[in-house]
Design a protein around this ligand. Structure first.
Ligand code: FMN
Length: 148
């Protein structure tokens, strides 16, 4: 039987400094490593970077998800990681994504506004359920715009 699936949701503050292009390049390399590692570990999910915040959903076998988060939270490219949820799920929401990404392109700015997170974005207050819904909505319709 396959292992039970878990979903972890956290948010953190971006610590990548520099021009928008430099940030986009760093996020691009972070995503490339993430997708390679996650594919090997059976982890799927999505990452959002908006107004200085990261928010990420990680899903997969519990050990894999927890090991991934333990490594991610050591990463100095972000800080103040706050765990918002770790719970069993019946099925993956991001099964096709070794790591989907939602950045703040002009196109995404409009769509962020549509889902009501244009002003005063605070993922810690939004909570895991709302973040999951936002990531699902935006990841499934985004084209990997990397502008941060
Ligand atoms: C916001 C953020 C999200 C990350 N997400 C992942 C991820 O989903 N999977 C992953 O393997 N690494 C992720 N990383 C990168 C890890 O912190 C770490 O750099 C990487 O796992 C090291 O991989 P390596 O040992 O193969 O070099 C993330 C880093 C940051 C800052």
């Amino acid at each position: 039987m396959s292992q039970p699936l878990y979903q972890l949701v956290y948010c953190s503050r971006n610590r990548i400094a520099g021009s928008p292009n430099a940030v986009a390049a760093e996020v691009g390399s972070l995503l490339a490593v993430s997708r390679r590692n996650n594919a090997l570990a059976g982890v799927t999910g999505a990452l959002l970077l908006h107004k200085g915040w990261f928010a990420q959903v990680l899903e997969g076998p519990r050990e894999a998800v927890e090991a991934s988060f333990a490594a991610i939270r050591q990463d100095t490219r972000h800080g103040d990681a706050t765990l918002l949820a770790l719970e069993p799920i019946a099925q993956r929401s991001f099964g096709d994504w070794t790591m989907g990404f939602v950045g703040s392109s002009p196109e995404n700015a409009r769509r962020f506004a549509e889902v009501g997170i244009a002003a005063g974005f605070d993922p810690a207050r939004l909570g895991a359920k709302a973040l999951h819904a936002i990531l699902l909505d935006l990841t499934l319709t985004t084209d990997f715009a990397l502008a941060a």
